[in-house]
Design a protein around this ligand. Structure first.
Ligand code: PMP
Length: 434
């Protein structure tokens, strides 16, 4: 496979040789690492990317989930081009940030006030600090396997634990680890005990379940989580950096009629440009106000907060999202692909399964449990320790390379779909996959 892969992408081989002298392991994002080399892209349009050797690839990364409308959607291109002409950074308040925040308040049920950041990582960092300031408490509960960006407070337990059950990460202090309490997903009883024991400032969850749903969070669990946190007087932070505007115009909260206390958003929010925010209850967001009921202000800076280019793209994107059409189409695409992949696995008698909800899917290889159509389907039996089983680790790079050779760019074991994926793209994907 490696020989075939290198033969197909010779210019990428050369680019990666150079990259290895410039970047550690030759990459600028851990997820873009692929041994023995990743594929270099030079352009993209709708659901397709073109690599430096001029192959057409159907894209299932969609800008790490940011491109709900596909690559270079004409409306977004026009919005950004128009903005470049009149300024990329005014170092000032501007009207577009007002419009952008109004879209968020309109779409996200729990949003009363907004503060813009430059990324999802910054947003979850901000949400924790707000929660700590307003409650005066230190501890935070997160779920095993949930990814909230790479900052110190939440990167531990994004990966399965070490053999001794320890979730620590190199470079993270013991102080940070002692403030972070890790709860198993989909287990309200365990969470309830941990809340009683540790009296946290907040509980944070990835709204779809860890790593966009490797171990999905059930609707009943999410409803129970809201009820439990409310009863115990603990703030609930829903990280909708991926699910926001993807699973539903109102995110998971809009879908299930849940209101978090604070919500973190990014990716689709900024229309494919850098940007994020915390949105939430006005009394909590007041932590950022210069005079507030808490008598102390949370400091917050950021050169690119509410950057006019991101705001222009974000407003154009959210206007499209508000119609409901992009989520619907992207979800349909994912649904068809899940169904067809599962048919294919059954036909070929392979014990793999495609699963997931809405505008994304995951593939689990070598899976012996109930099929995804069954009510009992819960991959990894809720045991996060099984995620990244050695067999999958070995297979995952081979899988990605095999897909690339066949003209498909998968995001690890899964995919983000967009409203730009046409029926033809779907048919071609299934054909290439088989
Ligand atoms: N939260 C979730 C749920 C995410 O998926 C991500 C990024 N994949 C982040 C936070 C971090 O966002 P960013 O990459 O913009 O820092």
């Amino acid at each position: 496979l490696d020989a075939l892969y290198a033969e197909r992408f010779p210019t990428s081989v050369k680019r990666y040789e150079k990259a290895c002298k410039l970047f550690p392991s030759g990459v600028t994002h851990d997820s873009r690492y692929l041994a023995p080399f990743p594929v270099y892209i030079k352009s993209a349009k709708a659901a397709h990317k073109t690599d430096v050797d001029n192959h057409d690839l159907i894209d299932y990364w969609m800008g790490h989930g940011a491109l709900l409308l596909g690559h270079s959607h004409p409306t977004l291109v026009a919005a950004v081009q128009g903005q470049v002409e009149v300024g990329t950074h005014w170092g000032a308040c501007h009207e577009l940030e007002l419009e952008w925040a109004e879209w968020i308040n309109k779409l996200v049920p729990s949003s009363e006030m907004v503060r813009f950041t430059s990324s999802g990582t910054e947003s979850t960092m901000m949400a924790l600090r707000i929660a700590r300031l307003v409650t005066g408490k230190q501890n935070v509960i997160k779920f095993a396997g949930h990814f909230h960006g790479w900052h110190d407070s939440l990167i531990p337990a994004a990966e399965p634990p070490h053999d001794n059950g320890d979730y620590s990460q190199p470079g993270i202090t013991q102080g940070v680890m002692s403030d972070l309490i890790i709860s198993p997903p989909n287990d309200l009883e365990a969470l309830s005990k941990l809340i009683d024991e540790h009296d946290p400032a907040c509980v944070i969850c990835e709204a779809t379940g860890g790593r966009w749903g490797v171990v999905p969070l059930r609707k009943e669990f999410l409803l129970g989580l809201r009820k439990l946190t409310e009863e115990k007087g603990v703030l609930l932070v829903m990280d909708e950096v991926i699910s926001g505007f993807r699973v539903h115009p109102g995110g998971v909260q809009g879908l299930y009629d849940i209101k978090a206390d604070l919500t973190t958003l990014a990716k689709i929010l900024a229309g494919g440009l850098p940007g994020g925010c915390v949105a939430g209850r006005a009394d909590l967001m007041e932590a950022l106000s210069f005079t507030n009921r808490y008598g102390k202000k949370m400091k917050h800076h950021g050169t690119f907060n509410a950057n006019p280019l991101s705001a222009a793209a974000g407003c154009a994107m959210l206007e499209q999202v508000a119609t409901g059409k992009p989520c619907k189409r992207a979800s349909e695409v994912a649904k068809v692909l899940r169904r067809e992949f599962n048919n294919l696995f059954a036909e070929k008698n392979i014990n793999w399964a495609a699963y997931g909800d809405y505008a994304m899917f995951k593939i689990i290889p070598n899976y012996e449990g109930p099929r995804p159509e069954s009510e009992d389907f819960l991959p990894y039996e809720n045991d996060f320790q099984q995620v990244d089983r050695p067999i999958e680790k070995e297979l995952s790079h081979a899988f990605r390379k095999a897909m690339l050779v066949n003209g498909l760019d998968f995001m690890g074991w899964g995919a983000m779909t967009s409203s730009a994926h046409s029926d033809k793209d779907v048919d071609q994907t299934i054909e290439s996959f088989s």
